[in-house]
Design a protein around this ligand. Structure first.
Ligand code: NDP
Length: 295
C-alpha cells in the first residue's frame, strides 16, 4: 500500500510560509500584497472558488479586492476593469475567474492583464516564458503538483512522467514544468493509443482529464508516484461525492505515493495562487523573491 500525499497539510504549510513573508513585507517595507479577483456572472462553482480565494487571501494578511460583475457585461467594460486593476499600485496580482460567459473573448481579457500581475500564469507571455525555459509566472495547479512531487521524490531528473490531459491550464504547463525538471515527458490525450501501456511505463503519472476513476490500479507501475488532478462529482447511494481521475482504491495498492481527492491537489491550487501573488509583489518592488514558492 503506497503512502498518501497529504495536499491539505502541504498547502497549510505553504500558506503559513506565505503569511510569514507577508508579515515581513509589511514590517520591513510597509508593503501589503494585494490580489484582485474578477468574477463575471453567477456560476455557483465559480462563486465558491472566489469566496475561498478571498478568505484565504485575507487569512494570509494580504489585501483582497473582489470585483463581481454582471453576466451581461460587455467586452469593453470588462477590459476597462482590467485596465484599472493594471494601473492600481495596490494590486500585485489579477485573476479573472474562468470560464467567462460565452459572449466574452477570454483570450483577449487574459492577454490584457499586465503580465507582471498575471498570477494565474495564463497570459500568452507567461506561457511563452515557461515554454522557452525562462523565468515565468507558473499556473497554480501544475505548480502545486510539482511542489508535491519534488517534496516526495527530490530530484526528478531522468524520470519518465506521463501527463494525461493537454489543457492549457493543467496538462500543458505540467508537462513543461516536468521537462524543466529533466523528466522524460509523455503527454497523453483523448486520441492517445495504448494509454494503459504508456502509464505502466511511467515513474510519475499526472492525471488531469475530468473522467471519474478512469485510471485503474493495473495501469500503475508498482512504486510509481501518482498525482490525481481530476475533480469529478458522482452520485452514489443517493449522495454526491468527489472522486479523481484515478481509481484511488486500486491505485493506492500499487503506487509508491498518491494524492487523494479531495485533499490532494485541490488545496494546493489556492495556496500557490497566494505564493504567486507574493512573488509578483516582490518583483514589482525589486525585492528578493521568497524561496521555495515555485515560480
Ligand atoms: P479539460 O477538459 O480542459 O482537458 C481534459 C483533457 O483530458 C483534454 O486534453 C482531453 O483530451 C483529455 N482527455 C479526455 N478524455 C480522455 C481520455 N479518454 N483519455 C485520455 N485523455 C483524455 O480539463 P482541465 O485540464 O481543465 O481539468 C482536468 C480535470 O482537473 C478536471 O476534473 C478538473 O475539474 C480538474 N481540475 C482540478 C483543479 C484543482 O485545483 N485540483 C484545477 C483545474 C482542473 P483532448 O485534448 O484530446 O480533448
Amino acid at each position: 500500500m503506497g503512502s498518501i500525499i497529504d495536499g491539505k497539510s502541504f498547502a497549510a504549510g505553504l500558506r503559513a510560509r506565505v503569511a510569514d513573508h507577508v508579515a515581513a513585507l509589511k514590517a520591513e517595507h510597509g508593503i501589503v500584497p494585494g490580489l484582485a479577483v474578477v468574477l463575471v456572472g453567477e456560476d455557483p462553482a465559480s462563486e465558491v472558488y472566489v469566496r475561498n480565494k478571498g478568505i484565504q487571501t485575507r487569512a494570509a494578511g494580504m489585501e483582497s479586492f473582489e470585483h463581481k460583475l454582471p453576466a451581461g457585461i460587455s467586452q469593453d467594460e470588462l477590459m476597462a476593469v482590467v485596465a484599472r486593476l493594471n494601473a492600481d499600485p495596490a494590486v500585485h496580482g489579477i485573476l479573472v475567474q474562468l470560464p467567462l460567459p460565452g459572449h466574452l473573448d477570454s483570450d483577449a481579457v487574459i492577454n490584457a492583464i499586465d503580465p507582471a500581475k498575471d498570477v494565474d500564469g495564463f497570459h500568452v507571455l507567461s506561457v511563452g516564458l515557461l515554454g522557452s525555459g525562462q523565468k515565468a509566472m507558473v499556473p497554480c495547479t501544475p505548480l502545486g503538483c510539482l511542489m508535491m512531487l519534488k517534496d516526495r521524490l527530490g530530484d526528478l531528473s531522468g524520470l519518465h512522467a506521463v501527463v494525461v490531459g493537454r489543457s492549457n491550464i493543467v496538462g500543458k504547463p505540467m508537462a513543461q514544468l516536468l521537462l524543466r525538471e529533466n523528466c522524460t515527458v509523455t503527454i497523453a490525450h483523448s486520441r492517445t493509443r495504448n494509454l494503459a501501456e504508456l502509464c505502466r511505463g511511467a515513474d510519475i503519472v499526472v492525471a488531469a482529464v475530468g473522467r471519474p476513476n478512469m485510471i485503474p490500479g493495473d495501469w500503475i507501475r508498482p512504486g510509481a508516484t501518482v498525482i490525481d488532478v481530476g475533480i469529478n462529482r458522482i452520485e452514489e447511494d443517493g449522495a454526491t461525492r468527489l472522486v479523481g481521475d484515478v481509481d484511488h482504491a486500486s491505485a493506492a495498492q500499487v503506487a509508491g505515493a498518491i494524492t487523494p481527492v479531495p485533499g490532494g491537489v485541490g488545496p494546493m491550487t489556492i495556496a500557490c495562487l497566494l505564493a504567486n501573488t507574493i512573488t509578483a509583489c516582490c518583483r514589482a518592488n525589486n525585492l528578493p523573491e521568497p524561496e521555495g514558492m515555485g515560480s
